[in-house]
Design a protein around this ligand. Sequence first.
Ligand code: HEC
Length: 178
Amino acid sequence: MSDHAHDSHTGPIKTPAQLLWTSFFSFVAPIFIIIGLVYYVTSGDKPAAGAVDPELATAQRIQRVGTVVLGDAATIAAAMAASGAAPAADGAAAAAPTAALSGEALYNKACVACHAAGVAGAPKFGDKAAWGPRVGLGLEALTASVIKGKNAMPPKGGSTASDAEIQSAVEFILAAVK
Ligand code: HEC
């Protein structure tokens, strides 16, 4: 009987060393694994949800709806640079050196009012789901539709930009949903 009782208390752990290793792997190791995971999750510098460039996104959200600048093209370009609009850096600017607005500058001037927040059913800037079906129409067709106007969007988004400038603004919008 004493034999039977002894047998029933025998487990896989037979020596003090095994007991030590068992407690190490079941209590101590998981704690370090958890600390490691917490560190991994909190340390990465990931952008905030929905904001590829948080500073630009914030600036667009809080910017005034319109800006009036009087003067020649150079004055306007200087004012745009001073107000934080990115300097002309894309192909359109290179093709038209007479201070044509870059896509991003025109977007920030004439399109952001509706497209940043999705006013009046406008597809939101950077929203892949909203732009998805339109991207398939192609740059030409989208540019043409902005130039003509579409439903709540007035022709050229209400701006006086050239067709080439409109096209670079569309390129800028499309680049954000690639
Ligand atoms: C007054 C608000 C408003 C402004 C300003 C505006 N849009 Fe729009 N935009 C809209 C709306 C609303 C739609 C959706 C039209 C629809 O499909 O019914 C739209 C749609 C578009 C489309 C998709 C067109 C298509 O055929 O599906 C493009 C591209 C576009 N806008 C670019 C621009 C650009 C570039 C500017 C600046 C030059 C601009 N928008 C300014 C409201 C605006």
